[in-house]
Each structure stands twice: as C-alpha cells, then as structure tokens.
Write a protein that binds this ligand. Structure first.
Ligand code: NAP
Ligand code: MG
Length: 487
C-alpha cells in the first residue's frame, strides 16, 4: 500500500484575507410582499428579521404574509392566468429570457446577497448558485415555444396557479428551478422562500418586475411555515411544488390527498458515495470533500455516507484527513473560504446534536483544528469512522458537514448497504472501470448517480428522488411535465 509522506502536508498554505466587497449591493431595510405586480404591505403589518449567519447581525426586515395575503396572491395569480396562458410561447419565452439576462447582469449583487443572507462561501454563490439560476431561466425560456416537441402528438396545457415553497440551502437556485418551468408552460405562480434566506428571492421579485412580465403572473411572498401551509391549503391553487424536509413533505402530501392539486416533492437524502479500490484516489478524495462539505453540507443530495473498499480504506481516510486540515472555515464573503457559516442557530444545534449522538453511539470522530471567527454559526468539517448501518448518523439526514464512513469488500455488499436507507436521492461511484459504473447505476436506488464526480448540476438534466426523497423531477425535459396537463 502507498505510504503518505506526512511532512509534505505540514506547511499548509495560509492565505491573506480576500473579502468580496459589499458596496455595490443594494439591500433595503424592509421588504414588502410582491403581489399583483406591486410591493404591498402585509395585511397584519408584521415583519420579521433576516440575519447574517456569520455575525448574527440583522440584514433586513421582511413581511410576514398571513392567510389573507396568501389569498390575495393566489387571486392575483388566478386573474393573470388567462392572459399569460394564452400568450404565445414565443412571447412568454421573451420575458423568461429577459429574467435570465437580468440575473446575469446582476450576478455579482445576487452572489453577495446570497452569501450574506445564507452563509455560503462567495466562491460557491458566485460560481455555482447564481450562474445555474440564470441557466435554468435560459434553458426553460427555450422550451416555451417548443412544447409540442416536448410532448409530441399531445396537447400540453398549463395546470393553473402553482404554489411553490422552497428551502434555505440554495435560495435563488431553488426559486429558479421552480419558476422557470412553471412560466415556460404558461402557469402563474405564488412562491415562498424560506424564512432565513428571503433576500435573493425578493431581489428576484425586483428584476421580475423590471422584466415587464404581466402583473400577477409571479407573486413572491415571505413568511414562516404557516404561510407555506396557507399556500398548500388554498383551494384555488392547482399545483404544489415543494422542496424541503421529508417531515413537511409528508404533511403536504396528506394535506393535498383527495384534492385535485398536482404535487411534486423534492425532499431529503442520505447519499452514498462509493470509492472502489481501482479509483483515482486523489481525485476521489477531492470528490468526497465536494460531496459532503460543499455548501456546509446543507445539500439534499450530499454524499453524507462514504463507502470505501477495504483495501484502500486506510489510505483514503488518511488522505481525506490531511485534505480536511487545509479547508478554510470562515467568512462567507472571503474568496478563500471553503466552508462558510451554518445557515441558522437552529441548524447548528441540530448538527451538534447529531455529532453528540454519533459519539454516544461509539463512533470515532475526526475534526481538523479550525480557527473560527468570533460570532456566527460555525461547524468544523467532521468525519466519523467505526460506525455501522444501524447508527443514527448513518441513517438520518444531518444536513451539515458531517460524514459517516464505512468500508465494504464486494460490489453486492456495497449495493445492499447503499440502498439500505429510507431515502433515494443521490449516489456517487468512483472507479476506473466503465462497466462497473454501468452495473452500479442499474443497482443503486437513487434519482441521480454521479460517476467519478459529485454534486454536478445542469439545467438540462432531471433531478429528483425515490422513496422518502420525494417524487417528480425538476430540470430537463422531465421538469416540464409537472406543470402541464393533457386533454
Ligand atoms: P423545511 O423545514 O421543510 O422547509 C422548507 C420550506 O417549507 C420553507 O420555506 C419552510 O418555511 C416551509 N414550510 C415549513 N413548514 C411548512 C408547512 N407546514 N407547510 C408548508 N410549508 C412549510 O426544510 P428546510 O429545513 O428549510 O430545508 C432542508 C430540507 O430540504 C432538507 O431535508 C433537504 O434535504 C431538503 N432539500 C431537498 C432538495 C431536493 O431537491 N430534494 C433540495 C434542497 C433541500 P420556513 O423557512 O419558514 O420554515
Ligand atoms: Mg438570513
């Protein structure tokens, strides 16, 4: 087995600070609800604060939409439906293209706001979240006038008013995943971002307004879980698209059962990342880091369960630990930062609680020495070894930078272990053998299987899960289907 020369890792680089400027960013002190083409005050006049998770400072206040406000937004969307759905696909496409271009033009501002409000490293919001969000609008704008090619010999019709509820881990990107296909197919929308990360969705409301899209086609309202529930339960909403936790997903499925509402659920995950002994090990180690530490591990499709073939396990774990020592945890706006702030105090507590559970169950922990900034929500990248299938940290979604490592000997063994989970969202396979990749993709029960890479997203490619990870697909041609009906 290859031995590692430990000395070469000792002199890890240190970097000077390289913070992104916030001067070009415009954030209002207070945001209202975007309903019927106007920013309007919430009916009860209540506002709540959104904070910067890296210093706990308040960034802005946003409106809390009540049941009455939801009703107003749904009615506006209902009124706008006829005009929007009867517009030619080409005309609808023009507005969506315009939104895409406006996101690109304002990309720098969007990235800074995303990192300020949610805690993710600026490198990620700048290079992944925002470009991908623009990409989704571009992609679906292209479909708007080609729907008869998407569904040959069938006549796709829009569903009506779509209620869309999104989480805090990819705020703008999730809004794009929801809005772009809904608009391309001629639906109107009421969208609610998450409580802790409403600002890029509100910025998006501003540019949607700027795009000149007819009033009421897109309504963006902020609020807590109750606002989301009011959207779900509104009788004039025709489709619910939800991304979030499995718990809330189950509630929504119950609430919509027996109604005519169409439903898609993008829920949690516990992705298996599988390293075979013939994999390019250094590449795989980078892949492991990307799979679990990207976006602080707040990723539904994170590779949070690592399976390493026994013959290379010691080597992989040692290399991984060394790599973890070089990860920079800190200011999300610093361009050197690899791991930003945990999104909320509540989420940090959840993660810390899981780390305790892992220790109490007998897992062996490793965390590098990290220097955290003074305030804010921080968690060191963490791995656990000596855990087994029955451990809670192996079974349950932690949604943080915590990796559970197990080993395996044979393909059958790893397939059985990887599939032994209530979830079925993502998996990764690392091997030099193409035939092994094809074998694994057939056997793994996951909506997405990455080969020799992880956490790669593309607007043209469908994304979604099995089992408790939900149903329905977003992205690609498949992503149009939940928003159309056939006569
Ligand atoms: P969450 O608590 O389920 O919240 C998701 C959204 O639903 C938020 O906007 C939330 O509002 C709202 N909500 C809460 N209770 C509701 C209710 N009773 N009725 C309707 N809406 C309600 O999830 P989260 O903690 O924000 O996000 C993390 C979860 O999302 C993880 O489990 C992750 O795996 C999953 N996720 C899945 C995907 C995917 O594509 N499969 C992608 C990203 C994330 P508040 O913010 O005000 O609570
Ligand atoms: Mg916030």
């Amino acid at each position: 087995m290859t031995k590692i020369n430990k000395n070469i890792f000792k002199a890890a680089w240190s970097y000077d600070e390289a913070p992104e400027s916030t001067e070009h960013v415009q954030i209002k002190k207070q945001y209202d609800l975007y309903i019927d083409g106007k920013f309007v005050k919430p009916s009860k006049g209540k506002y709540f604060a959104t904070f910067n998770p890296s210093d706990h400072k308040e960034i802005a206040k946003v409106a809390e939409a009540t049941k009455e406000d939801v009703d107003k937004a749904v009615k506006a969307a209902n009124r706008a439906f006829k005009g929007w759905s009867e517009l030619s696909g080409k005309e609808r496409g023009k507005y969506i293209f315009r939104i895409a271009r406006l996101i690109q033009e304002r990309a720098r501002e969007f990235s800074v706001i995303e990192s300020l409000d949610g805690g993710k490293p600026i490198r990620e919001s700048r290079d992944i979240d925002i470009p991908l969000a623009a990409n989704h609008f571009f992609y679906y704008a292209g479909w708007a006038d080609k729907l008869e090619y998407a569904f040959p010999n069938r006549k796709p019709k829009p569903v009506g008013v779509a209620g869309q509820i999104i989480p805090w881990n990819f705020p703008l990107l999730m809004a794009a995943w929801k809005l772009a296909p809904a608009l391309a197919t001629g639906n109107t929308v009421v969208l609610k971002p998450a409580e802790t990360t409403p600002l890029t969705a509100l910025k998006l409301a501003e540019i949607i307004h700027e795009s000149g899209i007819p009033k009421g086609v897109v309504n963006i309202i902020t609020g807590a879980g109750e606002t989301g529930a009011a959207i779900v339960n509104h009788p004039n909403v025709d489709k619910i698209a939800f991304t979030g936790s499995t718990g809330v997903g189950k509630y929504i499925q119950k609430a919509t059962a027996g109604t005519n509402k169409k439903l898609t659920l993008e829920l949690g995950g516990k992705g298996a990342n599988i390293i075979f002994e013939d994999a390019a090990i250094d590449q795989a180690v980078e892949g492991i880091v990307n799979a679990i530490f990207f976006n602080q591990g707040h990723v539904c499709c994170a590779g949070s369960r690592l399976f390493v073939q026994e013959s290379v396990a010691d080597l992989v774990i040692e290399k991984l630990k060394r790599r973890m020592e070089t990860l920079i945890v800190g200011n999300p706006l610093d361009k050197n930062t690899d791991i930003g702030a945990i999104n909320s105090k509540k989420q940090l507590q959840t993660i810390e609680n899981y780390i305790k559970i892992g220790l109490n169950e007998g897992g062996e922990i490793y965390q590098p020495n990290c220097k955290f900034p003074k305030n804010g929500n921080w968690c060191a990248p963490t791995l656990f070894i000596n855990v087994s299938q029955s451990h809670r940290i192996v079974q349950e979604e932690i949604f943080g930078p915590v990796l559970a490592i197990q080993t395996f000997r044979t393909i059958d063994e790893v397939v059985e272990k990887a599939n032994n989970t209530p979830f079925g969202l993502s998996a990764g396979v690392w091997t030099e053998k193409g035939s092994k990749i094809f074998h694994m993709t057939q056997k793994l029960n996951a909506g997405i299987v990455w080969a020799n890479t992880f956490n790669k997203f593309d607007a043209t490619s469908p994304f979604g899960g099995y089992k408790e990870s939900g149903f329905g697909r977003e992205g690609g041609l498949h992503g149009l289907k939940p928003y159309v009906k056939f006569e």
